[in-house]
Design a protein around this ligand. Structure first.
Ligand SMILES: [Fe+2]
Ligand SMILES: [Fe+2]
Length: 278
């Protein structure tokens, strides 16, 4: 790849192009002139098959970024760390928390699987980078760290708790996003956008005042959103400079329809196997 090429490929998603596996999960492959990054791993049922089918070698990865500590983003961490003995991992320390979805009094554990936790604990400290504020991984790639929650209509998007009794709400403080700079444009990648996609976009705009967001790709977690939130979100994204918004994974059908209704051709249906140039 020449030094100016930059592209992002969806490796794992709830939808996929022919010949690729699907699951409820997300994983992206980010290639720039100076770095290759695996952004999340999915649950671990689709990644291996899909990278093989796409001709991608994960051993080329310089870094693994974990957008947050849910099982559907961290399920294949042990295998990835095993095959990439020099890889650096970037995430917020709360990715290791136990956490639950609690509905009608029934709790489901949705944190990082134990085998992934065990693999993380074997990482030497010089290759495990806790991201608690914005940082640049290279000249062109940045991570937000925790994202300020400002929009009154946005929340974490579900019945998320730190205890199985549903007494301690989980703020999902570990939710982080990634941006890639190219010329004066930004390509934004999110995992589930539990901080809210509008909060995420606003923060990245503030962190990159000389750049304009051109593309937004990832899970927008609008599955439980009210019609008020859907419309406010679609209107806020319409006011951005983004030319391409690809809502995948946990965005949900109603969320995708609302975005398409407001954004028209700027909202693009994504799936595993699709690649965008930065
Ligand atoms: Fe997710
Ligand atoms: Fe999530």
């Amino acid at each position: 790849m020449n030094a100016f090429d930059c592209r992002v490929t969806v490796l794992v998603d709830n939808s996929a192009e022919d010949g690729l596996a699907t699951e409820h999960g997300l994983s992206l492959w980010i290639e720039t002139g100076d770095m290759r990054i695996l952004f999340d791993t999915g649950q671990g049922m689709a990644l291996e098959h899909n990278v093989d089918a796409l001709g991608i070698d994960l051993r080329d990865a310089d870094a693994l970024v974990l957008s947050h500590g849910h099982y559907d983003h961290t399920g294949d961490v042990a295998r990835v760390l095993g095959m990439c003995p020099q890889i650096h991992v970037y995430c917020h320390p709360d990715v290791m928390l136990e956490r639950y979805s609690v509905r009608d009094g029934a709790a489901t554990s949705i944190g990082m699987p134990k085998r992934s936790m065990a693999a993380m604990e074997t990482l030497p400290s010089e290759r495990l980078h806790w991201v608690q504020q914005p940082i640049m991984l290279s000249d062109s790639i940045g991570l937000t760290g925790p994202i300020p929650r400002e929009a009154e209509y946005e929340d974490t998007g579900g019945p998320f708790f730190l205890d199985s009794d549903g007494q301690r709400p989980d703020p999902i403080e570990d939710d982080i996003a990634l941006w890639i700079r190219r010329d004066e444009s930004l390509f934004v990648c999110v995992g589930c956008a539990h901080a809210g996609i509008v909060n995420t976009v606003s923060y990245i705009e503030r962190l990159n005042p000389s750049f304009r967001i051109r593309t937004i790709l990832g899970g927008l977690h609008l599955v439980n959103a009210t019609s008020h939130r859907l419309q406010e979100t679609a209107d806020a994204l319409r006011r951005t400079d983004a030319e391409v918004i690809v809502p995948i994974h946990c965005t949900g059908e109603a969320g995708t329809v609302a975005l398409q209704a407001t954004l028209g051709d700027r909202a693009v249906i994504g799936a595993a196997g699709m690649t965008w140039r930065c």
